[in-house]
Design a protein around this ligand. Structure first.
Ligand code: G4P
Length: 529
């Protein structure tokens, strides 16, 4: 069943996340987007990143501020007649699986690149995750007010390292102290840069047409001529924008600007709302769900502890995939097979956390969770289907957990089980001994787990280093071979929190050699929830 209202509301939504390396300008550009979305009055009013850029030891303080971070993890604002949902991906020390999973809940991503630094590690990793679902990527090359690298060189690097074609949409005029603005290659308009407009919506000083004599007046004849030649060169040497190739994740439209100077951002956002996909179909174990389907469905991609650690109350972030959420509606919690009435879901209008009356595909709602909701859970209007493709990623950091009080083993096991269901960490129990090994993607997760074990499960634990570098989930169609493998490799095998057989490799070389020795055993880098 599809009705016009459903199709209309769905068509308005643009749900995305920013992928970038720390310090590329994600926080700054987020702030400018909120400014354009009239969600804040003046830049600087968003919680400063300084509070966010906590060292590991600041986590306790962060816990108290959780209420705030819950609201900033999803921001909804109107722009250009559309409704934009921006999902925050923790980008600093607290980089974790949350970041990865958030990317499963978006329809596209904005890649922010520091023009001086080019493609950096974190971006490469996040891009790999986007690839798993062929997420369309729009690129913003930032910090044009500085002396960056040659823009063509930066685009070449994006193409080479990230294996995606670049189609410049705007082209920078100069850089650093000589940054004059951008030329829109498709609108044939020059937007002139003026310093000092960073914390408000800047005026749009434009010159229509590259051949307009005004260009010579403003830039000077030589510079104008140089620009014309450069534009011709760029048009000839780079890809032309192809909307379908963008939607297939093969080509990225590229915009230039300075987030700090709030310049080039408007052109990028205009392009974003025009070209970025509206809510996309999602696969379940039974069928593909179209966003326009009338029956409500969604999945949980993130769980976050709420303000008050004394109440086991957490917020489960659910991405609406089809239908409409209405207050007081009944939903089927598919995994536990129960119908539950949801009276008070949260919505995330920019920095204001309010109770939501209705939500449409692409929107994120927050469900109060008293321990019954896990990452990956599906909610429907009665259909017993399950969304697929919400992965666990192989952790990269490992530690052995040791109790200070051995009598607390049961509490520790229970705590770790629950924290791993929630996605705060992954637990591995070796086949050959009684160790408990924690695996995480971001180092801050270790502190979070220790803190929560103490607060919520009254367990004190300490971590010890362990010789594990990476993990792979094991699958083998041949039961006899699997048994053989289990016997011979038992020293490196463990069961994870979900009961899955895992190979924990002391080194990458060891992993590689084992894979070569067992060509018919599959070593998976991700596992589905
Ligand atoms: P992140 O969230 O991706 O980590 O980056 P963030 O926006 O916090 O930006 C990192 C640093 O880069 C900040 O400087 C920020 O001001 C600066 N920055 C962001 N965009 C631009 C830009 O377009 N041009 C220039 N020149 N700088 C930019 P900081 O010194 O670390 O902090 P702050 O004191 O400026 O806040």
């Amino acid at each position: 069943m599809t009705d016009a209202k459903q199709a209309h509301e769905t068509g308005l939504r643009r749900t995305f996340a920013i992928i970038s390396h720390p310090d590329a300008g994600k926080t700054t550009i987020t702030e400018k987007m909120l400014l354009f979305g009239n969600a804040i009055q003046m830049a600087g009013s968003v919680k400063s990143k300084r509070d966010d850029r906590h060292a590991t030891s600041d986590w306790m303080k962060m816990e108290q501020e959780r209420g705030i971070s819950v609201t900033t993890s999803v921001m909804q604002f109107p722009y250009g007649g559309r409704i934009v949902n921006l999902l925050d991906t923790p980008g600093h020390a607290d980089f974790s699986e949350d970041t990865y999973r958030t990317l499963t809940a978006v329809d596209s991503a904005l890649m922010v690149i520091d023009g001086a630094k080019g493609v950096e590690d974190r971006t490469i990793k996040l891009m790999e995750v986007c690839r798993l679902r062929t997420t369309p990527i729009l690129t913003f090359i930032n910090k044009m007010d500085r002396d960056i690298r040659d823009p063509i060189e930066v685009m070449d690097e994006v193409e080479e390292v990230l294996k995606i074609k670049c189609a410049p949409m705007t082209w920078p005029i100069g850089m650093g102290r000589h940054f004059k603005g951008v030329y829109h290659l498709y609108d044939d308009v020059i937007h002139l840069y003026k310093q000092g407009q960073g914390n408000r919506i800047p005026e749009d000083n434009r010159i229509e047409g590259l051949d307009n004599p005004e260009v010579d007046e403003v830039l000077g004849e030589d510079a104008a001529e140089e620009l014309r030649m450069e534009v011709e060169l760029v048009r000839g040497a780079s890809y032309t924008f192809d909307h379908d190739a963008y939607l297939r994740g093969e080509l990225s439209p590229v915009y230039f600007g300075t987030a700090m100077g709030n310049f080039g951002v408007r052109e990028m956002m205009d392009g974003f709302v025009e070209y970025a996909p509206s809510p996309q179909p999602r696969d379940t174990n039974l069928r593909t769900v179209e966003a326009e389907d009338g029956s409500f469905s969604g999945f949980v991609f993130k769980i976050q502890a709420n303000m008050d650690p004394n109440h086991r109350d957490r917020v489960a972030f659910l991405r609406v995939c089809s239908g409409k959420y209405e207050r007081h509606m009944k939903m089927r919690h598919v995994r536990i097979g129960k119908d539950v009435k949801i009276a008070d879901a949260l919505t995330f209008m920019a920095s204001d956390r309010a109770h939501v009356e209705e939500a449409w595909p692409g929107d994120i709602i927050g469900l109060h969770n008293h321990g019954t909701i896990q990452i990956g859970d599906t909610f429907t209007q009665g259909e017993n289907m399950r969304f697929t493709g919400i992965p666990h990623f192989a952790p990269e950091l490992f530690k052995r957990v040791r109790l200070t009080d051995p009598m607390k083993l049961k509490s520790l096991q229970k705590g770790l089980q629950q924290l791993s269901e929630e996605g705060a960490t992954q637990v591995f129990m070796p086949l050959d001994n009684n160790d408990l090994i924690l695996g995480v993607v971001g180092v801050l997760q270790f502190d979070v787990v220790a803190h929560r074990l103490k607060q919520e499960y009254k367990v004190d634990c300490i971590y010890e280093g362990i010789n594990v570098q990476t993990a792979r989930w094991i699958e083998c169609d041949d039961p006899k071979m699997l048994e053989d493998f289990k016997r011979k490799a038992s020293a490196n095998l463990a069961i994870d929190g979900g009961g899955h057989l895992t190979y924990i490799a002391p080194t990458r070389v060891n992993l590689q050699m084992t894979q070569e020795r067992w060509p018919n055993v599959k070593f998976h880098h991700t596992r589905e929830h």
